[in-house]
Design a binder for this molecule. Structure first.
Ligand code: BDR
Ligand code: CA
Length: 311
């Protein structure tokens, strides 16, 4: 499966990048970065650094949006994701990221249109720009996967809003209105995709891969934040990596088709809305929301991928 990944690494974004690189069935075609958990500059550097750790500098990194379409002031989250976005890890000053122009993404899509999908696990601004700049091309992309939203469950940035959809609700609506087919992995499922400290330690002990030290370091950093907001889980949800798991394991999840929209007005900003009545309006768009999954299967897959074939 060829994937163009949009991300704002960010701890769980890093785990998604690692998952994509290590998964034998994923071909990571490029990473488009954006502001979100950290600034677009830190996010870009982190993405390039993660690729370099595995010797995969052949995969292009493209710098995307630096702020939301609304132009509102952007809040970053160093207390959650670390001062530069990789928990306790700071890429050395000597590391120079090789950045490709944003437009390269259109070339990648055009050349691989038959079998490429887009996965966006950050704020959706860069992706909305892409739909604006090259609508005739982007509207042909067969599937788009978004990590975001919270459907009739609490948000994580406000009582009703999840961070990615809250960050740029205008952009999410652009994507929802323009994309051919959208799959959404909301907090309803990603909050339950928990990797515990013990699992991170287990992966550390089992693998000889390039992310041996990084995986427990970032997971435990993230877990310290979740100790405060979700006491007792003893780990952290891996929202973004779960989105990639879903993409390859749809048949093991419970997914519903409903038209989705995101509130833009203050007060409700970022709230994701779908018609969840027993008898609901016939959907007009191809929007699919993931509502349930098999945790044990997810965890086994996450461990298998991160431990790697050579162990
Ligand atoms: C989402 O917001 C970000 O902070 C995480 O990286 C994830 O993509 C979870 O709400
Ligand atoms: Ca993210």
């Amino acid at each position: 499966m060829k994937i163009l990944l949009f991300a704002d690494p960010g701890i769980d974004d890093s785990l998604a990048i690692i998952y994509a690189l290590l998964h034998p069935d994923i071909e990571l075609m490029g990473i488009v970065t954006g502001y979100g958990n950290v600034s677009v500059y830190d996010a870009t550097r982190n993405a390039a650094f993660l690729l370099a750790l595995a010797g995969r500098t052949d995969i292009p990194v493209m710098r995307g949006a630096s702020q939301p379409l609304s132009g509102t002031h952007t809040i970053f989250y160093p207390e959650i994701h670390g001062p530069e976005g990789l928990g306790p890890i700071i890429p050395p000053d000597s590391f120079k990221a090789d950045i490709s122009p944003f437009e390269l993404m259109f070339e990648i899509i055009e050349t691989n249109m038959e079998d490429i999908v887009i996965v966006d696990v950050g704020r959706q601004t860069s992706l909305a720009f892409a739909y604006n700049l090259r609508p005739e091309l982007m509207e042909q992309v067969k599937e788009v996967y978004l990590m975001g939203g919270a459907f009739m469950v609490p948000g994580n940035v406000t009582d009703v809003a999840e961070a990615n959809f809250w960050g740029d609700p205008i952009a999410v609506n652009v994507v929802l209105n323009k994309a051919k087919k959208v799959y959404i992995t909301p907090l309803n499922v990603t909050n339950r995709a928990i990797v515990t400290r013990d699992i991170a330690t287990y992966i550390f002990n089992q693998t000889r891969g390039p992310y041996k030290y990084l995986i427990p370091a970032v997971t435990n950093y993230y877990a310290a934040f979740y100790d405060e907001v979700m006491p007792g889980i003893d780990g952290s949800p891996v929202h973004d990596a779960f989105t990639l798991y879903f993409l390859l394991n749809k048949d093991k999840t419970y997914t519903i088709r409903r038209d989705v929209r995101v509130a833009i007005v203050d007060g409700n900003r970022g709230q994701s809305v779908a018609d969840l009545r027993m008898v609901y309006e016939e959907p007009k768009f191809e929007h699919y929301i993931v509502m349930d999954f098999d945790y044990n299967d997810f965890l086994a897959d996450f461990i298998r991928v991160n431990v790697g074939e050579e162990g």
